[in-house]
Design a protein around this ligand. Structure first.
Ligand SMILES: Cc1cc2nc3c(=O)[nH]c(=O)nc-3n(C[C@H](O)[C@H](O)[C@H](O)COP(=O)(O)O)c2cc1C
Length: 659
């Protein structure tokens, strides 16, 4: 068989371990942690799915090596804890039995211990230990580790490494990046010590090297040890790529793979986890540069997911290994689809940060486009339905498409009707925003998967009560979505107003300065896009700000955006858009929007074009009409309650499983 991506699918042998391809699963997890720090069964299932999906190595995330100085925000491995080794062994086993190499990330958070605790007050009351005495930006005191404590931590790395090997892990990742303890020592931003652990780069790298030596001593030769580092910290006071290269050269003799990530969790979150506002593979150049100066295999990571790009990275020698985090949540089977020449079936990551935000909010995991994430134990195999039924799905948005796809995989006869000429529902409007391209693409991928699973799609077909009764299905899934909310504000029906959902169709109507009316997520994202276009036209973001304005009645923008996406979104808004919060829109005219400010004063927010982004409302009329049109009826997504795509897909999946 001729593989479409021959470099990506080529095995690689490192430290006498053969990896089946070049796609490795990045550490992600840290949920389902038992009170004593054991890896819970839900986490095991979470990692197993990526092994099943074909990744060559699967990294179990953040095992804290020294709980006494590290406020236990993630897993531990400690033979004095009943079950600790057993849980780790079950996890390693679950990865191994699908042909992947199980790897475990060893870490220490240093002065940011307990970062992932949902109870932030507990985190603040903990002792924080770092390279130097300091006060963190949030006011928390950090104490400098003594040399004795450093020696204890180094020994703990070795001890835990030995336990990990005993549990069946076949590789270790030492976390030396992203602003955690080893990175804090490497970084002049955090490390102000005057002893042999501070000052020169040789001294700052001492902890990393001592840790690597201790780990090697524990696991012996021919056991892959990977060092995860940030190639550049991307802040003035931190280190930059030139030092990144030197760090890689210094640690090279003590490890087998140099894993080049970027930035720090605390200061450059949107670079470490490249956001939708950055280009795919924005950090690859760091690995490529480091690779020129070392001889050990180099791995790259950051916003990757497109097989052609991944193939090019390996083929051109920029890196030997590509790691992915979020893309393997969106589609754990990405590696198998690549190997089996089915790239068109890959469900792409939206970089919406639902995965990370869910952990911050509830200590669980979730993915917008993959309803199974965080819930893998509920069964990742679609079970054939005991009785095959006829299923009618009314509406071809993401929820309807996913419901149809799932029902067809269970063996049902499925018809999906979409009243418009294309599927996608609300996602169609995303095509106008380049940074949301994957969200737009999602409907196409779901449609393809649904068709291949056997769904019959009828376009330009509205499901009325008569239509449904004539089709006579057993199950009817109402996925009719929502429609834009257009309140009776004078002028909103004017020729200079474009509803945000129609912006992709009516872009040509938008000219001159623009006022976006409504600062929810849709309004903010459209304003950012317009700002980017204006920046191009007028030569700078500063200029763009004079031409794009955003009016919002509330005091804050996009309050419903998730806690990871929102700060990045607001940064883009700040760059490109002039914002008027606390402004209530009274009337739209050809000169802009007349508003009432907080003091009750009338103000004109000027602009020749207006984008109306005042929210959505459920299509309750369709729901009411169809509720009795079949024995089993289920309402999913916006049709029931206006919410997120995450919600629509999740409900669609389960509505189909319940038939
Ligand atoms: C849900 C989630 C959890 C993560 N947890 C960890 C972790 O425990 N340890 C770690 O080193 N990095 C963690 N990361 C960072 C990833 O390993 C990776 O470096 C980052 O997401 C960039 O890769 P990506 O763009 O392919 O997602 C996490 C990322 C995500 C999205």
């Amino acid at each position: 068989m001729e593989r479409q991506f021959p470099n990506l699918t080529r095995p690689i042998t490192i430290a006498r371990t053969t990896f089946r391809n070049r796609i490795f699963s990045a550490p992600m997890g840290g949920t389902d942690i038992a009170n004593d720090g054991c890896i819970g069964p839900k986490s095991t299932a979470f990692y197993e799915l990526r092994a099943k999906g074909g990744a060559a190595a699967v990294t179990v995330s953040e095992l804290m090596v020294h709980p006494a100085t590290d406020g236990s925000h993630a897993y531990h491995l400690d033979e004095s804890i009943l079950n600790s080794l057993a849980c780790a062994t079950y996890t390693a086993d679950a990865i191994k039995r699908h042909g992947a190499v199980p790897s475990l990330e060893l870490s220490h958070s240093g002065m940011f211990a307990g970062t992932y605790m949902t109870d932030k007050s507990r985190q603040k009351s903990m002792n924080q230990w770092g390279p130097s005495d300091t006060v963190r930006a949030d006011g928390v005191q950090v104490k400098a580790l003594t040399k004795e404590m450093i020696a204890e931590i180094v020994a703990a790395y070795g001890h835990v490494a030995g336990l990990a090997k005993r549990a069946g892990f076949e590789m270790l990742m030492i976390h030396g990046g992203h602003g955690w303890l080893i990175n804090q020592f490497l970084s002049p931003m955090f490390n102000h010590r005057t002893d042999e652990y501070g000052g020169s780069l040789e001294n700052r790298a001492r902890l990393a090297i001592e840790v690597l030596k201790a780990v090697r001593e524990a696991v012996g030769p021919f056991f892959p040890i990977e060092f995860r580092m940030s190639g550049d910290e991307f802040v003035e006071e931190g280190y930059h790529l030139d030092e990144g290269v030197r760090i890689a050269q210094m640690i090279e003799p003590y490890c087998d793979i140099i894993h080049v990530s970027a930035g720090t969790y605390q200061k450059t979150f949107g670079i470490t986890h490249p956001s939708m506002f950055t280009e795919h593979g924005r950090n690859v150049y760091l690995a490529a540069e480091i690779k020129k100066h070392v001889s050990k295999p180099v791995a790259t990571i950051g916003g990757l997911g497109d097989p052609a790009q991944l193939e090019e990275i390996i083929a051109s020698g920029k890196a030997d290994i590509v790691y992915m985090g979020r893309s393997l949540l969106a589609d754990p089977f990405l590696p198998r689809k690549v190997a089996e020449n089915r790239p068109e079936e890959i469900v792409k990551c939206l970089r919406c940060f639902t995965c990370m935000a869910e952990r911050a909010a509830t200590s669980t995991r979730r993915c917008t486009v993959n309803p199974l994430i965080g819930r893998e134990m509920e069964g990742d195999e679609i079970q054939p339905a005991p009785v095959k039924r006829k299923v009618l799905v009314a509406g071809g948005g993401p929820g309807g498409l996913y419901a149809a796809y799932t029902a067809a995989r269970r063996g049902h006869e499925v018809i999906l009707c979409e009243q418009e000429s294309r599927t996608g529902g609300i996602l169609k409007s995303e095509q106008a925003l380049p940074f949301k391209h994957e969200m737009y693409e999602l409907a196409g991928t779901y449609e393809l998967l649904a068709r291949r699973a056997g769904v019959e799609i009828r376009l330009n077909t509205k499901v009325t009560k008569e239509y449904a009764e004539k089709e006579n299905p057993y199950a009817l899934i109402i996925a009719a979505g929502s429609v834009p909310l257009v309140p009776p504000i004078p002028g909103l029906d004017g020729g200079n107003v474009v509803i945000v959902n129609n912006y992709y169709l009516e872009k040509d109507k938008v000219s001159g300065d623009v006022v976006v009316f409504g600062g929810g997520l849709a309004g903010c994202e459209c304003a950012i896009h317009l700002g980017m276009e204006m920046a191009e036209k007028y030569g700078s973001a500063e200029e763009a700000k004079k031409h794009v304005r955003l009016v919002e009645m509330r005091d804050e923008l996009a309050p419903d955006a998730n806690v990871r996406h929102r700060p990045l979104l607001l940064k883009e808004i700040e760059k490109y858009v002039t914002v008027y919060t606390g402004y209530r829109g009274l009337e739209v005219t050809s000169e802009g929007i007349w508003c009432e400010d907080k003091n009750g004063e009338k103000q004109l927010v000027p602009g020749q074009s207006v984008i109306c982004a005042l929210g959505q409302r459920s299509r309750t009329d369709v729901v009411e009409e169809l509720m009795d049109a079949a024995p089993y009826v289920r309402v999913i997504g916006d049709a029931g309650r206006v919410a997120t795509i995450t919600n629509a897909v999740y409900q669609g999946y389960h509505a189909a499983l319940d038939i």
